[in-house]
Design a protein around this ligand. Structure first.
Ligand code: B16
Ligand code: MG
Length: 220
């Protein structure tokens, strides 16, 4: 009989956990802010992490105290996305963050299922470029959800696609909104990044190079 705390699946956020595209998002938003006549600090950018494209734009415009019509907003979001896609076009397996492959290998060997749950509509492209598709049992990206993090939809859909109950899932996230989303879905959480920002998580690590099966099992 399986223990009710048993970890049967890990769900990974993409940007900031598997790859450092969080940095590219920041560069693209900062470029847009500069074009609109103001600057975007790394602290302000924290609020935009893990949030969908249009919602992020709303936060940016509010920071700049700028009002735009719907049509112009679409154009600004497209512009940001084109810059972002330019940055990610060159990505390769070498761009995977340290420790990703050894941990995915360890999970696969232990028969723990693996999913990616990302707010990004560019997630399938990134996964193809860094070549980790073979490890995944489910991929839920921004085009498959209607509600952004902190709504748990993205993680609940990943769990459902794998056929695993939320209480048997652990979510790895670098964004406050993502930790909140996982908790709202009844999942355990591992924050990837700074403990100051991710204090709500059950455990915080600086990157997947600090993770292994034994450490994961301490959450059971
Ligand atoms: P796109 P994640 C999120 O990905 C990013 O953290 C967030 O900064 C971005 O705005 C969002 O994806 C949408 O991305 O513009 O590519 O659709 O962290 O949930 O993997
Ligand atoms: Mg992220």
């Amino acid at each position: 009989m399986s223990n009710s705390n048993e970890i049967q699946a890990c769900i990974f956020d993409l940007d900031g956990v598997i790859v450092d595209t969080a940095h590219y998002h920041y560069q693209a938003w900062k470029r847009l802010a500069n074009e609109l006549g103001f600057d975007l600090t790394p602290e302000q950018n924290e609020k935009m992490k893990g949030i969908g494209r249009m919602q992020s734009l709303d936060i940016l415009l509010e920071l700049g105290n700028i009002q735009k019509e719907k049509k112009e907003k679409k154009q600004l979001a497209n512009k940001k996305n084109e810059w972002y896609q330019e940055y990610i076009r060159e990505m390769q397996p070498e761009n995977l963050l340290p420790g990703v492959i050894p941990f995915l290998e360890e999970l696969t060997e232990a028969h723990i299922l693996i999913a990616v749950g990302s707010a990004s509509k560019n997630a399938p492209t990134i996964i193809r470029q860094v070549q980790i598709g073979r490890y995944l049992d489910a991929l839920i990206d921004g085009s498959k959800v209607t509600k952004g993090k902190p709504d748990p939809e993205v993680f609940l859909k990943a769990a459902e696609e794998m056929g695993i109950a939320p209480e048997h899932c652990v979510v790895f996230e670098d964004a406050q909104a993502g930790i909140e989303a996982a908790k709202n879905g009844g999942m355990r959480t591992i924050g990837v990044g700074s403990p100051d920002v991710l204090s709500q998580a059950d455990m915080v690590i600086s990157g997947l190079h600090q993770m292994n099966l034994e450490k994961l099992k301490t959450l059971e």
